[in-house]
Design a protein around this ligand. Structure first.
Ligand code: TXA
Ligand code: MG
Length: 341
């Protein structure tokens, strides 16, 4: 995919309008390198609740504060030496970093937690938009709560038509899955949500990297989520999704059996043989999890338009960028995983 272009003069005019909407307390959907965001002025406690209303988002799920430059973080959170090292290596880019927050960030942004997440997007339009607004932007993904995150402006329109003041169209998002969310504690960090910045990449900055249990498994009844967002059903199309854990041949044999009994589709790899009667949605090369991540949410939305009874997909492995796919797909499937041989 081509990298997004820097905004032209005409775009800057539109971005200035977007900035004015934000300063007046409105909502603007904007592209980032991960997914589209639904932004409001993070310092305006009248504007931020409009985000929760537009998405149908529970008020106990905190928002990420988007900034134009990594060095701006200190105005909103208490940065640490580990933050500086992570920022140096990964910002601007697809990472959100949780630290203790300062008073200026309203309770509605952080769901009353004493921490806040900051993120500096690398997408040139996102950058220009935050600059034009002149304030930090609180933004979740621009989908209705529970739906797959939007990776095109058309997805945003599908979910948010009539609920936002403006949608900025910046084409397809490059990563396709949301940012890696990490929480800092001294020289250690915990990955709360995996993304394109992988635990292996973070290990180059500090050896003290752990991955929260909620990333790969379901929270038990009554267990507290470190990241409130991880406890909600997410990313789910209306059609049920089932993950198949087994070899490519095992999956093909299982699908051949099911095709006789139900209308089904499968998220399959490039060049994979799929039995007759099963609709194919090609997610990308087996060896290229970044490409699969780029297409995942878009395919989950498309799968819902096929009129099938069930959507099957391969269970991803848990190394590198695949961990992000694994995390999103087990939620899309409501943790339904079938072993096939
Ligand atoms: O890539 C992204 O991160 C996109 C783009 C728009 O930047 N944003 C996004 O936001 O995915 P959202 O709200 O859909 O997901 C934010 C996640 C949620 O799971 C939330 O619970 C968690 O980050 N989070 C935010 N602030 C937190 C905090 N202070 N402590 C723990 N978790 C936090
Ligand atoms: Mg979201």
């Amino acid at each position: 995919m081509e990298s997004p272009q820097s905004p032209t003069e005409r775009d800057l005019d539109a971005l200035n309008k977007a900035g004015a909407i934000i300063r007046a307390g409105g909502l603007v959907a904007f592209p980032t390198e991960t997914v589209y965001g639904l932004g409001a002025n993070a310092l305006d406690s009248d504007a931020v609740p409009k985000i929760f209303a537009a998405k149908g988002r529970p008020g106990d799920n905190p928002l990420i504060v988007h900034i134009a430059a990594p060095q701006n973080a200190g105005k909103y959170v208490l940065t640490t030496p580990l933050y500086d090292r992570l920022a140096e290596k990964f910002m601007p880019g697809p990472i959100s970093i949780i630290m203790r927050r300062r008073e200026c960030i309203p309770d509605c942004v952080t769901a009353k937690l004493d921490t806040a997440a900051v993120r500096c997007p690398s997408h040139p339009t996102a950058h220009a938009f935050i600059e034009a607004a002149g304030v930090p932007i609180a933004a979740p993904s621009a989908n209705l709560s529970g739906k797959p995150s939007p990776t095109t402006a058309a997805h945003v329109l599908e979910d948010m038509d009539g609920r936002v003041d403006l949608i900025i169209d910046g084409g397809e998002c490059e990563c396709g899955v949301e940012s890696t969310v990490v929480k800092l504690d001294g020289d250690s960090l915990t990955v709360l949500r995996p993304g394109s910045v992988t635990p292996e990449m973070l290990m180059a900055v500090t050896e003290r990297v752990s991955v929260s249990g909620a990333v790969t498994s379901q929270l038990r009844e009554g267990e507290k989520a470190l990241s409130p967002g991880m406890k909600y059903k997410h990313y789910a199309p209306t059609t049920p999704v089932i993950l198949l854990d087994g070899s490519i041949d095992g999956v093909a044999a299982y699908l051949a059996e099911r095709a006789a009994a139900e209308k089904c589709a499968v998220l399959c790899y490039d060049g994979e043989n799929v039995p007759n009667g099963v609709q194919k949605l090609v997610i990308g090369a087996h060896s290229d999890p970044s490409q699969q991540a780029h297409r995942l949410f878009s395919l989950l939305r498309e799968a819902d338009t096929l009129g099938v009874d069930v959507i099957y997909a391969h269970l991803p492995d848990t190394g590198g960028v695949s961990l992000a796919l694994y995390n999103r797909m087990i939620r899309a499937a409501a943790y339904k995983i079938l072993k096939v041989t």
